[in-house]
Design a binder for this molecule. Structure first.
Ligand SMILES: [Zn+2]
Length: 268
């Protein structure tokens, strides 16, 4: 947002401008803008933030992020990860980090305390990773973004779907980097309620999820779809959605999540 232009359209600011010369007015705007910037402080250390509204540059450097250059832009190229995700039916996996602090804590805060600003941070971090992979040709540009839906009863009790909030922010932050991909929030629904999946084997999860999802529009599906979730564990949920999409002509599904919680992670 261009604050200086915005303020110049406000009558009180116009009045101020008439009483000061333009240079002084711009100086005032500059200090006002700087004071707004310092209002956003780092969620981890309290320092002022620049690029990310909730994270200072030093804490950003210390995040335990996956290094995609080591795996040619796809976590499925990492044997330790691939062998822990049997029977998956998607083509590429991008997660920001293993399911550990601070991400595990942030995801809980988003889901259970409604800290929606964290969806903005996740969307921004994901957009940076994805744009870098597109620019280095490690990822072909997807034509559509979708998110893992919640069943209506879960959505009503929680009041929001965290995967939807993240996908929305991802779309917005990619667009700021001139990567314009449509986000289709209503393409997939979850008409069938499934039990909590914690503690179930992959086979049990697949069986329960097989008919849980539904496509609302099969007319103009994209060839390459980006499927967004918050956490990938066994990969069963995203894999079942991927199967559904591919049964309707989608060729490539890239799964995007904040964290990857491997089966032996203790803090998922
Ligand atoms: Zn910090």
């Amino acid at each position: 947002m261009d604050i200086s232009r915005l303020l110049k359209n406000i009558p009180a600011a116009k009045l101020l401008q008439q009483h000061f010369n333009n240079h002084l007015f711009d100086t005032l705007i500059f200090y006002y803008h700087q004071s707004l910037l310092t209002l956003s402080s780092c969620d981890l250390c309290g320092s002022s933030c620049e690029k990310y509204r909730q994270l200072c540059q030093y804490c950003h450097q210390d995040l335990p992020l996956f290094q995609f250059k080591d795996v040619q832009g796809d976590l499925l190229n990492w044997p330790a990860i691939y062998k822990n995700l049997p029977n998956i039916n998607f083509d590429q996996l991008l997660c920001l980090a293993p399911h550990q602090m601070p991400f595990s804590h942030w995801i809980s805060q988003l889901k259970y305390q409604g800290r929606f600003e964290l969806a903005q941070l996740f969307g921004h971090l994901l957009a940076d990773t994805i744009s870098q992979l597109i620019n280095t040709k490690k990822l072909s540009t997807p034509e559509m973004i979708v998110s893992v839906p919640l069943h209506i009863s879960r959505w009503q009790s929680r009041g929001f779907n965290q995967a939807h909030l993240i996908a929305k922010q991802l779309q917005k932050h990619l667009a700021r980097q001139a990567i314009n991909i449509d986000y289709c929030s209503t393409l997939i629904t979850r008409p069938k309620k499934t039990e909590q999946q914690v503690g179930q084997s992959g086979q049990q999860r697949r069986k329960r999820l097989r008919t849980a999802f539904q496509l609302n529009n099969t007319v103009s599906l994209a060839e390459h779809i980006l499927l967004v979730d918050d956490v990938v564990t066994t990969g069963t949920t995203v894999s079942e959605i991927s199967t559904l999409l591919k049964n309707h002509g989608v060729k490539t599904v890239t799964v995007v999540a904040i964290t990857l919680a491997m089966p032996n992670d203790k803090n998922k």
